[in-house]
Design a protein. Structure first.
Length: 376
């Protein structure tokens, strides 16, 4: 597990890193609360071990910041402290700490407390539930392969890049990055309402059929909006609704369903728009072969400012090597699965086609049972 260690004492930090590594964890260190918050903007840390006493931002202050800013996925916080007494424990719990370890700490105790934190985090099954729903909707169209897995990886890369740009710092943080990773697979959830004769048609759609296909964005957003009405505090539902509704809008206002333009299109919709198109271009579909990364990049560049937000395109260009690695990773996985299936079939089919050998006596019995006709 990736664990963020926050302590301004280099010796303590090194000891923690070594101990955690011995127990199979990957420790990333921050020397201050500010640095820790910057690292958490990546949305990849679910467990934090921090010191109470630090210069600048204290551990208590850092706890409060984490609890205020990261709500889409629970962050488990273990606090190191030399303090004793009920009063200090209450203060730490009120700030958002989940557990405490006294300094100097015992490695085995730290390991046990981290395992307890992992059990708590495993109960947060929301992401798994959301992705399962998205896969259920996608199951009607088998040719898209690992589309949802790739989409969310691409979106996380773009959002993580934007989080480091001054223009988006107040909008995109670790919480936002994790939210879009979690909810982007629901972008086409509305396709459950599209008839099979259109959704699964192997050729080009007629203008009338395309108008029906376009309805999937409003079907999806209305479905999710009904859930938002019941749970308006659920940020992930709000983002999922916005993505479903707006990921086919175009930056110049020529998209659907509302013809929104520029920054009137939700940022999450603009991010998913590029990720979705890139994946469609670089994977094989029934109506086309997969384009190379270079060809897909050229198409995206050509549509900068018309289809795509220039800021999103820049984020894509500055991280295109990561896009390529993700694409290759899932291509390799799909090729391995296809090869394994073929090998399995190759072993199974000859067994079905092999005629069993019988002794003369067995043949005589079988012929007689068939009334004189040879069944072999």
């Amino acid at each position: 597990m990736r664990i963020l260690v926050v302590d301004d004492d280099d010796i303590v930090t090194e000891i923690l890193e070594n101990v955690l590594a011995q127990f199979g964890h990957q420790a990333i260190s921050a020397r201050s609360g500010r640095e820790a918050l910057e690292l958490m903007r990546s949305g990849t840390y679910r467990l934090v071990v921090l010191d109470w006493e630090m210069e600048g931002m204290s551990g208590i202050e850092l706890c409060r910041h984490i609890r205020q800013r990261y709500s889409c996925g629970y962050v488990y916080i273990i606090m190191l402290t030399v303090r004793r007494g009920t009063e200090n424990i209450v203060e730490g719990l009120n700030a958002g700490a989940d557990d405490f370890i006294s300094k100097p700490f015992e490695p085995q105790e730290l390991c046990v407390r981290i395992r307890a934190g992992e059990r708590i985090l495993s109960l947060d099954s929301r992401e798994l539930t959301i992705f399962s729903l998205a896969k259920l909707a996608e199951s009607r169209d088998q040719e898209t392969g690992a589309h949802l897995e790739r989409i969310r990886e691409y979106c996380r890369i773009i959002a993580g890049h934007l989080s480091r740009r001054e223009k988006y710092r107040n909008q995109v943080d670790g919480d936002y990055v994790q939210l879009i990773y979690m909810t982007s697979p629901l972008h086409d959830i509305g396709k459950v309402g599209i008839p099979d004769r259109i959704l699964l048609k192997p050729g080009a759609l007629t203008p009338e059929e395309f108008e029906i296909m376009k309805q999937h964005s409003t079907i999806g957003s209305k479905t999710l909006d009904a859930a938002v009405a019941v749970h308006p505090e659920a940020k992930f539902l709000c983002m999922a609704r916005d993505i479903a509704h707006s990921h086919h809008e175009r930056f110049d206002g020529s998209g659907y369903p509302d013809g929104l333009a520029g920054e009137n299109i939700p940022l999450c919709g603009r991010i998913v728009a590029l990720a979705d198109v890139y994946d469609a271009l670089t994977t094989k579909r029934v109506y086309k072969n997969a384009f190379s990364h270079e060809k897909a990049r050229d198409i995206i560049l050509e549509d900068t400012g018309s289809h795509f937000d220039p800021d999103i395109v820049r984020a894509f260009l500055e991280n295109e090597n990561r896009f390529v690695k993700i694409r290759e990773k899932y291509m390799a996985r799909e090729e391995f699965e296809a090869t394994s299936l073929l090998q399995s079939q190759a072993r199974f089919i000859p067994e079905l086609l092999t005629v069993p050998e019988f002794s003369p006596k067995q043949e005589e019995v079988l012929v007689g049972a068939a009334g004189g006709s040879n069944v072999i």
